[in-house]
Design a protein around this ligand. Structure first.
Ligand code: SAH
Length: 364
């Protein structure tokens, strides 16, 4: 406990060694102390609200072949789909009506003009249709559609999207190259993150936790990268293997250990970056039914309810055991509110819930 208290007193300026210590905690007492500290910092720095971003997974068509991902191009067991603009806009409008405040549009990666124009059209239409007394600037829109050119990012921004998620996946170049067999490079991923910042997006990144051959030191370096890069939002989740991918046979971490490691990583990010938005990802719930509440208890403040029409969810399985596959969005709303309250937080209804870290940068 002595070392842990020393680390707490140094936060937010932690070294790699400190972060490795946090990730390596095994005693229940220390785990609890870390959880309580992260929760307390969250309450002090950003308050009691958890914000929703209704996520619409609008297409599983992907030009990439990431070895871990269920919608990789080479998975030919999969039916490919693309929602219509009306389906995307309707799902987003539903979330505005329910008071979610923000939505996320996510899909496999494509760079062709037809695709980027589709995204732009959806963003414009959602904005136009969601301006109301409760949301004077319309629904907040986050995009998560992979690496694009700076010009394309600019067009997305001009259309009205204001946050973007692009996980770096890992900053360990050797590991990055191992799990991305083709042309993808860490440099180009980081370049895209730079473009996003330059364009003015609130920029989010993250990693998968528990990848084969990923060390605690490697995760600690990723977490310090978020800080060095001055990232506004973090979405990290456990790596869960998918049977129709090449990485399946390499197995995955023991579920209990993986859940604990993911929660420790969330808490470590909160210690180091007290004012960023941190998502409690759905993959946490795939490991353990109360995984997302536990994420909130460890310092996360964002939840992403699934708004993808139920008939398409099966086709957007990035990993095995994805939860809520058949739960209608109405049921999801009730279930999530209960989950947030179980973690002693409130839901920040009808707000964008922007990253305080980003807001502070604008005013200084
Ligand atoms: N095409 C977009 C969205 C990708 S899917 C993009 O490139 O950003 C969103 C995230 O799902 C990925 O960034 C990856 O971190 C995660 N993911 C993919 N396969 C996974 C798996 N098997 N286990 C856990 N997370 C996975």
């Amino acid at each position: 406990m002595k070392s842990l208290n020393e680390i707490f007193s140094k936060a937010p300026d932690l070294s790699i060694k400190d972060v490795v210590y946090l990730l390596n905690i095994k005693s229940e007492d220390e785990l609890k102390a870390l959880q309580e500290k992260a929760y307390q910092i969250t309450t002090e720095k950003i308050g009691n609200d958890v914000f929703y971003r209704g996520i619409v997974e609008f297409s599983n068509i992907c030009i990439l072949n990431c070895d871990y991902c269920g919608i990789r191009r080479g998975n030919n067991t999969l039916d490919r789909f693309m929602l219509t603009k009306k389906e995307v806009v309707d799902a987003a409008m539903w979330s505005a009506q329910m008071g979610y405040g923000s939505c996320v549009l996510q899909s496999g990666e494509r760079k062709d003009k037809k695709f980027t124009e589709f995204v732009i059209e959806c963003v414009k239409e959602i904005k136009k249709n969601t301006i109301s007394e409760k949301l004077p600037e319309g629904l907040g829109i986050t995009l998560s559609v992979g690496e694009q050119t700076k010009e394309t990012y600019q067009k997305f921004f001009d259309a009205g999207a204001h946050r973007y998620l692009l996980r770096v996946e890992t900053t360990d170049e050797k590991l990055f190259n191992k799990i991305h067999p083709e042309k993808q490079t860490l440099q180009s991923r980081i370049k895209s993150l730079e473009f996003l910042k330059e364009v003015g997006f609130q920029t989010g990144t993250g990693i998968m936790i528990g990848l084969p051959e990923q060390s605690l030191e490697s995760i600690a370096k990723d977490i310090l990268f978020f800080k060095d890069f001055d990232i506004d939002m973090v979405g990290m989740g456990p790596y869960i293997n998918h049977p129709d991918t090449p990485m399946y046979e390499l197995g995955m971490m023991d579920k209990d250990d993986l859940l604990k490691l993911s929660l420790k990583a969330i808490a470590a990010v909160r210690l180091i970056m007290p004012e960023v938005n941190i998502a409690s990802t759905t993959a946490l719930q795939a490991l353990f039914p109360q995984g997302r509440e536990m994420g909130i208890k460890h310092g996360a403040n964002i939840i992403m309810p699934n708004l993808t029409p139920v008939e398409f969810r099966e086709k957007y399985k990035l990993y095995d055991g994805k939860p809520c596959m058949d739960e209608a969005k109405e049921d999801c709303l009730k279930c999530l509110q209960m989950r947030v309250e179980l973690a002693d937080r409130n839901v920040g209804w009808n707000q964008w819930g922007d990253s305080k870290h980003f807001q502070n940068k604008q005013t200084t």
